[in-house]
Write a protein that binds this ligand. Sequence first.
Ligand code: DX5
Ligand code: ZN
Length: 215
Amino acid sequence: MAIVAPSLLSADFLRLEAACTMINQSEAEWFHLDVMDGRFVPNISFGLPIVQAIRKATKKVCDVHLMIVEPEKYIQAFKEAGADVLSVHVEASTHLHRTLQQIRSLGMKAGVAINPHTPLSAIEEVIEETDVFCLMSVNPGFGGQKFIPLTLEKISRLKDMILKKHASALIEIDGGVTLENAGSIVKAGADVLVAGNTVFGSTDPLSTIAQLKNG
Ligand code: DX5
Ligand code: ZN
């Protein structure tokens, strides 16, 4: 059974309250919130006020994925906005080890997001400092893209690396997760499935979330 994290990026932004109500009623445990700055990724999404508003509207885990440069400058602000899990990109973090320690010291779970082209060796030395590895299975910036198949093998390798260190970091897969590929993603070793388009594009999102959960 996977943890399901619907991504708000694919919701109707005029009807965020309805999106919250649906997720609150669903079997999803996490709420995935994609923050983009137009610099780290070629798109701008939303920032602190939306995270704050969602925090007030849900008891689910607020899983904030920062696709921004210099993420270390905003750790405190996202804590105050209500993030439970805060993920920074390894590619955007010069002092990743320190950043992860700062996130944990504020009482949040520390996440590291990894772009498709980034080798796993880039995160080998922070496995014990990390609570969630967010493996990007698309190039970040947009919802509704196609899953990159090479990710499956990368999941298994990351799982082995975590087990070898007797660590407990979760593996989260972000991008292009569908009802068709969810089973093989979980089988490869994923713990958390992010789903934007698959959930919000569904005519029956509650049942889609339940199906994703059961792989
Ligand atoms: C992409 C974001 C994802 C996105 C996933 O940059 O990080 O979280 O919302 O959307 P889908 O599931 O539609 O690929
Ligand atoms: Zn994301």
